[in-house]
Design a protein around this ligand. Structure first.
Ligand code: F6R
Length: 365
């Protein structure tokens, strides 16, 4: 039931504070991750993991891309991420003591399951699933399961599944990191930041009206560019995917530093450029990227931390996002991009919940 909402997608975007909270519940205390809550075998299976191989498709793949930044940063464990359809059809090497991590909302995505089944033959330490559907094939075939508590996701464009996947992945990363020397102080710092997420996502939802206003600038455009650096690069990828899926506007995501290596040639006044820029050590670099775009007449839409001091100017629209912890920032910054795509699609009159040519669960190749 959509209730008061016009579309399931909007309802699901607004459910995020609640479902993110549900996904952390019982898995963290005020300052620590409860490893037992990830499974009775978790402690044993996470000990001696030397490599993490993440496999997923679409939005779930973007969650995996964010997780790679976390896993290498916090746990210091090498991590590879690949889309399932590529992994399963190439000759791949699985390193010793690999944790094989599949991420899937439905748990029935054919390519992801095929990759898992193949990898089982090659051998790995353990298979971990991050999944939203209890009893799904993925859940049944994995050694360790962290359920996202998003509840049924009806809109084809994934929203609350993604942010709950990220929440689960961050909690998992902290558990893995504890086996690899993460100190209690840093763990507490990040766990406290996780507790702040529902409130922060609520604060971003309060920007809905402003984002709706901003969406008008995209209505008659055919192309757009999304930029991000570090763990916000996959957030830019996810933002671009949402826009193309439901508004049918061509959207491409680039790591901001790649701009000058090609895509800058495309930038003109017909190419809006969306940038996610939290206040971290990359923001200064990002600012110079923004100058490159503006110098070419490109119109910029920047979602920036209040503290990052990006000032609006002619051709530079700034949406101020409340200050958040650098580690949890990808979760918070996903939300304004979801709202942006949603409003552009509504303005264009597309079928938001059932975009053309797409199915909710891709159980065939
Ligand atoms: C995007 C979207 C798809 C899915 C992909 C994987 O909004 O919904 O890209 O993310 O088909 O599906 P799951 O996560 O069910 O394996």
């Amino acid at each position: 039931d959509k209730g008061e909402y016009r579309h399931y997608m909007l309802k699901e975007i607004y459910e995020q504070p609640k479902v993110i909270k549900a996904t952390m519940e019982g898995r963290i205390t005020a300052t620590r991750v409860l490893e037992q809550a990830l499974g009775t075998d978790a402690e044993n299976l996470l000990e001696n993991v030397r490599h993490v191989q993440i496999i997923a498709c679409g939005t779930s793949y973007h969650a995996g891309m964010v997780a790679r930044y976390w896993i290498e940063d916090l746990a210091g464990v090498p991590c590879s991420v690949e889309v399932a359809s590529e992994f399963r059809y190439r000759k791949h090497v699985i390193q010793p003591d690999t944790l094989f991590l599949c991420i899937s909302q439905s748990g029935e995505t054919a390519d992801t399951l095929a990759a898992l089944r193949q990898a089982k033959k090659a051998g790995f330490r353990a298979a971990l699933a991050i999944c939203n559907v209890p009893g799904s094939s993925l859940v049944r075939e994995s050694d360790l399961v962290i359920m996202t508590q998003a509840g049924p996701e009806i809109g084809v464009a994934s929203t609350k599944a993604f942010t709950t996947q990220l929440t689960a992945l961050l909690i998992f990363t902290l558990a893995l990191a504890r086996h690899n020397g993460l100190n209690a102080e840093r763990e507490a710092d990040i766990v406290k930041a996780i507790h702040l997420l529902p409130g922060q996502v609520n604060d971003v939802l309060a920007l809905d009206g402003e984002i709706e206003e901003m969406s008008k600038a995209f209505m008659d455009k055919n192309h757009s560019l999304f930029l991000g650096r570090g763990s916000q690069y996959p957030v830019a990828m996810e933002g671009a995917l949402k826009l193309k899926e439901i508004s049918y506007i061509h959207a491409e995501a680039y790591p901001a530093g790649e701009l000058k290596h090609g895509p800058l040639a495309l930038v003109d006044s017909e190419m809006p450029v969306v940038t996610v820029a939290p206040n971290n050590d990359l923001v200064e670099k990002l600012k110079s990227n923004l100058e490159e775009v503006r110098a070419r007449g490109g119109e910029l839409f920047v979602f920036a931390d209040k503290a990052a001091d990006v000032k609006p100017e002619e051709g530079l629209h700034v949406m101020q996002i409340p200050s958040v912890h650098e580690i949890t920032a990808p979760i918070v910054y996903t939300v304004p991009l979801q709202l942006l795509s949603y409003h552009v699609a509504v303005l264009k009159g597309t079928d938001v919940d059932q975009p053309r040519n797409l199915a909710k669960s891709v159980t065939v190749e």
